[in-house]
Design a binder for this molecule. Structure first.
Ligand code: NAP
Length: 293
């Protein structure tokens, strides 16, 4: 079976690639095509169609996305091209060529006014261009008639690429004191754990048998504010930087972010038997990996 992984130089794409190339996750008869944006631009319908047809692709794992949340407020067209219209392309191609699509979305489709973790069925109400374009991508997939899975995730970090963990490690070395937002609550997600969950879904026969789009939530277990996350990074990395809590109103950003975006993961755990690590355990693992690389 031929599997196309788009955006393979990003955090999640890189983790999937690493797992496949270095572990027992490689299943016989599964043949992976990892493509970067240069090799396969997902906004180019004809190119993706031709590539998928020529390589007899049966599953597309779309890890590509426009992920610069603040920049998207000004870069609306490009964010829409990648997060919405390109997903529409992939969905239409999947429908036409009978391909199953696994697509990644975000907790930022919610407005953050909940006080219990969001389920897959909760009402969406994005507060930013990024969140809106991601939701438009989800809906384009659902409306296309193609089938597969949408995995909504939150606060992704990894030893690959740029992310909050790496920024904190850098700033922690440069500064003695740092203010970090304490009134946005969610859960960090180690991209490696998300990659394992995606491969679990890929290996489950219900992906192939299902003829609609199922949404699943995935993040690590536990709860944190960005302040808690930063404190833990400094503590685990033994960096002597004093992390101070600050409020969102004292650190205005172009994009509004939900104050609360915990995801209820019952559905993915029950359906695929996935055991999800606590965010602190995964952070510890990621920091060790960053240290080794
Ligand atoms: N990062 C987070 O905190 C977070 C949170 C929730 C959900 N998500 C979602 O999770 C998914 C993966 O996120 P990530 O953190 O792994 O993202 P990432 O590290 O920013 O990587 C995104 C990848 O998409 C590629 N890409 C961009 N435009 C493309 C195009 N037109 N054609 C093909 N590839 C293109 C990029 O390639 P270039 O670098 O070459 O442009 C990059 O490799 C995304 O859908 C994102 O919305 C992320």
């Amino acid at each position: 079976m031929n599997i196309l992984v788009t955006g393979s130089s990003g955090q999640v794409g890189s983790e999937i690639k690493y797992l496949i190339q270095n572990s027992k996750f490689k299943i016989q008869n599964f043949n992976y095509h990892f493509t970067t944006s240069k090799e396969l631009d997902i906004t180019k319908h004809q190119n993706v169609y031709k590539y998928s047809k020529a390589n007899d692709i049966k599953v597309i794992i779309n890890t590509a996305g426009y992920t610069a949340v603040d920049k998207a407020q000004e870069d609306k067209e490009l964010a829409n091209d990648i997060n919405h219209l390109a997903v529409k392309n992939l969905s239409q191609i999947s429908k036409r060529l009978d391909i199953k699509l696994i697509h990644i979305s975000t907790d930022y489709v919610f407005d953050g006014k909940n006080f219990v973790p969001y389920t897959e069925d909760d009402e969406t109400n994005p507060q930013s261009i990024y969140g809106q374009t991601k939701l438009d991508g989800e809906n384009a997939f659902i409306d296309s008639g193609a089938s597969g899975v949408i995995v909504r995730t939150s606060w992704v970090y990894s030893s690959y690429g740029n992310n909050f963990v790496k920024t904190m490690l850098r700033l922690g070395d440069e500064k003695e004191e740092l203010g970090v937002i304490s009134d946005q609550i969610g859960t960090p997600t180690y991209a490696k754990d998300l990659a394992i969950a995606i491969l679990r879904i890929l290996n489950d026969e219900c992906l192939i048998l299902n003829d609609k789009v199922e949404i699943y939530n995935f993040s690590n277990e536990g709860v944190a504010s960005w302040y808690d996350f930063a404190k833990e990074i400094m503590y685990m990395a033994k960096i002597d930087c004093d992390i101070k809590p600050i409020e969102t109103k004292d650190y205005p950003t172009p994009a509004n972010r939900p104050h609360y975006s915990l995801l209820n993961k019952r559905k993915i755990k029950e359906k695929f038997g996935i055991m999800i690590p606590n965010w602190k355990d995964s952070l510890d693992e990621c920091l060790k990996t960053i240290g080794e690389r």
